[in-house]
Design a protein around this ligand. Sequence first.
Ligand code: NAP
Length: 251
Amino acid sequence: MQPNLLILGGTTEATAFAKAAAEAGLRGTVSFAGRVERPRRQPLPQRVGGFGGVAGLLAYVQCHQITHVIDATHPFAAQMSCNAVAACTKADVPLMALTRAPWCAAQGDDWTHVPDIAGAVASLNQPARRVMLAVGRMHLQEFAPNPQHFYLLRLVDPPAIPPPFPDHHVLVSRGPFTTDDDRALMQDHGIDLVVSKNAGGTGAYAKIAAARELGLPVLMIDRPAIPVRPEANNVADVMAWIAHTGTDRGV
Ligand code: NAP
């Protein structure tokens, strides 16, 4: 049987991997949660929407005769990654995560770490500041307890419901962003604090570099825990794993 991949996507890495798989003539499907209105076009067929928890993913993998699952979701998509570990174990289908290393503070960085979004909200219980809030539109409502700040929001799509704080500016943009542009953006809005998830990778790093150049503090939201699973950090290694696993398992 030829490989038939399920690629859990929503990231630049997933798109890069889908391109490599398509170019190698592999069969597969890219799966999106449906969080953005216009997901990037993929070089493989795509599906959109949750599977219905572990049971739903297990059924999907079995019904579609998936031979390999590649979890290339965002490092903060912990629920999906946990479900993938559980469903692949039950289905006895090999799983590989395509991950990116977290950012590490460099000289000149002024970071305060918080463990999660709730930790960031708690830290913002302080007098009004001008905050660049880079957490994605799904989490904006959680910042309702701190409406005293000005918030600069850069989002892929406009907020579905108005943010729960009166003083804000929404910028709809998908990037990529440059350090120069982000430095200018922060200066234009008088930003004095950046709140960011530790996404890792290059796509979202410009704001971190810009904060360093401007001497601004960053409230860095650390990554959620995910069960141990096989991981690769580049597309070539995942392709090699598929070739190897296919041979081993007779697929
Ligand atoms: P999550 O909390 O881990 O997932 C919640 C639920 O959304 C999952 O249980 C699953 O529903 C569904 N889901 C998530 N990713 C899916 C996928 N690729 N295909 C099908 N269903 C998916 O994840 P999230 O934080 O909401 O992120 C959703 C997607 O956005 C991910 O694919 C991720 O790569 C992308 N993304 C997330 C972030 C972030 O900061 N979280 C940033 C950029 C991109 P069921 O249980 O019904 O299967």
